[in-house]
Design a protein around this ligand. Structure first.
Ligand code: SF4
Ligand code: SF4
Length: 429
């Protein structure tokens, strides 16, 4: 391949990506299990409202919960079965939440009616109806993101997948390239923009080469650096536009969508299939048979790990999502939601279990922060209970990428401190 000028953003970190564990594992369809627990909060915004009751029979792809407010999303049954009821379970953050319990049985697959794919409004309505949310992890309802309040001229497709271990987006790009590009074009049509740019990291060359055949799409090869897939970092790297500190991508004429979201848009508009399954990466040295798996939402994590040969006794940490921005789980009772991208079982060799020590004022956290913040001061004032002073050091602009914690030689839990500070400020306001 001819030498390409790699684009990137300022600061950030270089970390082992560990993608070799699953990058060559084709997507496998996880066999169906007996019980599904479908969360009513799988997105940013108001929880969805159940439209089924205990004893109801449901088909795969049937609406089971309607959007519960202006920012919310519909939810569809992942399987045919009987509704056992709405139950409260702890979500992956350890907070009680409502889930619809479905016991699987035989039945039909429900699909949505055809739409006119040339009609921007029809596409937008279909995306809303199908319950599509950002599958890159944020979970913001897609129909709202494609209704910006300011004019935009560019759709950027986030194919960076910069989180270590995760390869689900990479496999989707290799195995369903046409579907993703069709989904991206449908999104562009709904936004009335003609410029589509795909930003992809240099460690995904096979996918980059496949994208080269679409002459109407610009593909930008990015340096392998974390958090290259952060929205503001990606926009700067591929377009040179700087989103203002308190601004949104639309402030610089851009909307960003992830590759898995493009695939979900393709499924909804072309195959008339709402969103009730997704690809996740099951990886880490603690997993016996790591895989990229197509799983239904509501599948228990325990069943997924069992299908992957179980976890080794040496596992010391289990994470939902990637190791940088994911959530450490206390057990395997969680279930898959629309925003889950991975399940990582780490051994001691991979997980840092070192106890934090006092800050040594080395400045490495600030030097790595892609948002130019002062994490050490935010941590200091948060520990002192002075949350307001942390604002001065940029706590509100933190994207929770975890670079600061990663580089800290004192192993300070800086992101946890920042999250706590944000929560306290929110409580106060
Ligand atoms: S302060 Fe926030 S944005 Fe900066 S490195 Fe830490 S987690 Fe990332
Ligand atoms: S990296 Fe850690 S030790 Fe160094 S200044 Fe930041 S918080 Fe302190």
């Amino acid at each position: 391949m001819a030498k390409v000028n790699l684009k990137t953003f300022h600061k950030g970190i270089h970390c082992d990506d560990n993608k070799h564990i699953t990058r060559d594992k084709p997507i496998e369809k996880m066999p169906l299990v007996d019980d599904y627990f479908v969360s009513l909060s799988q997105h940013i915004g108001a929880p969805s409202v159940a439209v089924v009751e205990k004893g109801d029979t449901v088909n795969e792809g049937q609406l089971i919960a309607k959007e519960g407010g202006n920012v919310s999303a519909n939810i569809f049954s992942p399987v045919c079965g009987q509704v056992i009821g709405t139950e409260q379970r702890l979500n992956k953050f350890g907070v009680p939440a409502n889930y619809i319990h479905i016991k699987r049985s035989e039945g039909q697959v429900a699909t949505l009616p055809d739409i006119d794919k040339r009609d921007a409004i029809a596409i937008k309505e279909r995306i809303a109806l199908a319950g599509i949310v950002g599958l890159g992890g944020a979970g913001f309802p897609t129909h709202i993101k494609i209704s910006p309040k300011k004019p935009v001229d560019t759709l950027i497709i986030n194919a960076a997948e910069c989180e270590p271990y995760l390869t689900c987006d990479y496999r989707l790009m290799i195995e369903t390239t046409d579907d993703i590009i069709t989904g991206a074009k449908l999104l562009a049509k709904s936004l009335n923009v003609s410029k589509i740019i795909v930003g992809i990291e240099e460690n995904k060359l096979e996918a980059y080469q496949l994208l080269q055949k679409y002459s109407d799409i610009k593909t930008v090869l990015l340096k392998k650096k974390y958090p290259q897939g952060g929205e503001k970092q990606l926009i700067f790297a591929v377009s040179g536009r700087k989103v203002p500190a308190k601004g949104l991508p639309m402030d610089v004429g851009v909307v960003v969508q992830n590759v898995a979201t493009c695939k979900a848009v393709f499924d909804a508009c072309i195959k008339n299939k709402p969103l009730y399954e997704r690809v996740i990466t099951v990886s880490g040295l603690g997993v016996n048979n790591p895989k990229n798996l197509l799983v239904r939402v509501g599948t228990p994590y325990a069943k997924i790990l069992e299908y992957c040969g179980g976890i080794k006794d040496e596992t010391v940490k289990l994470i939902s999502g990637g190791p940088m921005m994911g959530v450490a789980l206390i057990d395997t009772t969680g279930v898959v939601s629309k925003t889950d991208s991975g399940l990582i079982a780490m051994t001691e060799e991979e997980a840092s279990l070192v106890q934090p020590s006092p800050c040594i004022s080395c400045g490495r956290c600030a030097a790595s922060c892609p948002m130019n913040l002062m994490p050490m001061y935010i941590d200091f004032y948060t520990q002192a209970g002075d949350y307001t002073t942390s604002i001065k050091y940029g706590v509100e602009h933190c994207i929770e990428c975890g670079c600061c914690s990663y580089v800290c030689p004192a192993k300070r839990a800086l992101v946890q401190s920042i999250k706590l500070c944000k929560a306290k400020l929110k409580e106060k306001n």
